[in-house]
Design a protein around this ligand. Structure first.
Ligand code: IMP
Ligand code: MG
Length: 182
């Protein structure tokens, strides 16, 4: 991806779907949800890179109970006929989650494959509890039966950009969520 001008770059931003204010309001509630569940036991918020780095940054500042932050990056590979894949951890957590409460913080659940695999992998490490929070959910696209414990927004089958989500590594820095236009 290489945009020659700002006009060319902006021409692919179709329309705003979720405003920065709507995102902020939903994140304030999501922080309260985390505060209401956890208190006092070791808690780790695990961001799945790269898409969730903006969400995690805002979410963690709405959490008031003690928590650690962790990062991991994962890619899943599939054969066309097989819905459960091999998750390839391209960057692993730097902390041990055994006995800890874990919240996986994800940008979007699409087919469900990545999180399905990441949850299995992290559960095998013996956390005290494991929950999944996603900013966006596209249930129409699901291939693997996977449900988040907490989803901030449900969206139709659009390809979206902004607030951490990319097209060809661009648009992650948009402060709102937009539909991408080919
Ligand atoms: P999965 O299909 O649920 O495994 O989702 C895999 C990854 O695809 C997500 O974590 C996102 O990084 C990416 N993805 C899915 N849908 C979109 C989208 O609409 N915009 C940008 N990235 C997406
Ligand atoms: Mg992602």
């Amino acid at each position: 991806m290489n945009y020659k001008t700002k006009e060319e770059y902006e021409a692919h931003i179709n329309r705003e779907l979720i405003s920065a204010d709507e995102i902020a309001a939903a994140i304030a509630k999501a922080g309260e949800y985390i505060d209401s569940i956890y208190d006092g036991t070791p808690l780790i918020l695990v961001s799945i890179l790269k898409g969730s780095f903006v969400f995690l940054g805002d979410l963690c500042r709405r959490v008031t109970v003690p928590c650690e932050i962790g990062f991991m990056a994962a890619k899943s590979y599939y054969e066309s006929t097989n819905s459960s894949g091999i998750v390839n951890i391209t960057m692993d957590l730097h902390q041990d989650i055994k006995g800890c409460d874990v919240v996986i913080v994800e940008d979007i659940i699409d087919t469900g494959r990545t999180l399905n695999d990441v949850v299995k992998l992290l559960n095998a490490r013996g956390p005290r509890s494991l929950r999944v929070m996603t900013l966006l959910d596209k249930p129409e696209r699901r291939i693997v039966d996977f449900k988040a414990d907490y989803s901030l927004f449900t969206i139709p089958d659009y390809f979206v950009i902004g607030y951490g989500l990319d097209y060809g590594e661009y648009y992650r820095n948009l402060p709102y969520i937009a539909e991408y236009k080919e």
